[in-house]
Design a protein around this ligand. Structure first.
Ligand SMILES: C[S@@+](CC[C@H](N)C(=O)[O-])C[C@H]1O[C@@H](n2cnc3c(N)ncnc32)[C@H](O)[C@@H]1O
Length: 189
């Protein structure tokens, strides 16, 4: 297990959420959801020490772009060092609460994919609602939001429609991988 991950869990258990990074089974299952047959703009929220990021980067086409948004100082620094030589990857040390504004500043609208490791299901309701509202705001009609969580709770949210879900048992804890789109209600604003 990554020592960095363990230290950051101890420093901020609610924000980091799980005791160990996602397994190879989960990271491959998640990355396979992204279609790289053409250039894509992918946003990853809460990449942590980068286990999903490495799977995504391995599959990315040369013209694709990956933006990592990480709130934790230590993880953000670790990601910057890890991907410094990959021009397709940008690390943004910021809170996903400002996602829509961050993407606007970067000139990104309608990202193809938003992949999130933020543990929505175990955080305070008010914070979860703010994060989900901002994710929905940042999505265009074709954006796909992929997230891995304890339960399907988010799929019932009025801002999103569930297109697909899979259980990944080979992870600690077992998690649901969901693929969501912006709901008709959210598109109307
Ligand atoms: C459960 S860990 C997932 C880490 C990694 N993606 C994995 O699967 O092992 C949650 C991550 O989300 C980050 N995080 C939590 N809240 C955040 C926020 N509001 N904005 C950006 N990152 C956040 C944490 O710092 C941590 O890196």
């Amino acid at each position: 297990m990554s020592l960095l991950f363990f230290k950051r869990v101890l420093a901020n258990p609610i924000r980091v959420g799980y005791l160990i990074p996602s397994s190879g089974f989960l990271t491959r299952k998640t990355a396979r959801r992204i279609d790289f047959s053409k250039p894509r703009v992918v946003i990853e929220l809460g990449p942590g020490e980068g286990c999903h990021t490495r799977q995504i980067v391995r599959r990315m086409s040369p013209e694709s772009q990956l933006v990592l948004i990480e709130l934790d100082d230590h993880f953000a620094e670790h990601l910057e060092k890890q991907f410094v030589h990959d021009e397709r990857v940008t690390v943004v040390h910021s809170d996903a609460l400002h996602l829509a504004e961050t993407l606007t500043q970067m000139g990104i609208s309608n990202p193809d994919y938003i992949v999130s490791g933020i543990p929505f299901t175990i955080m305070a309701r008010e914070l979860r609602e703010k994060l989900l509202a901002n994710i929905s705001l940042a999505m265009g009609p074709d954006s796909v939001f992929i997230t891995y969580q304890f339960s399907l709770q988010i799929s019932e949210h009025e801002l999103f429609d569930l297109s697909r879900s899979d259980l990944c048992l080979l992870n600690v804890p077992p998690l649901m991988v969901m693929e969501l789109r912006k709901s008709a209600m959210a598109r109307r604003g």
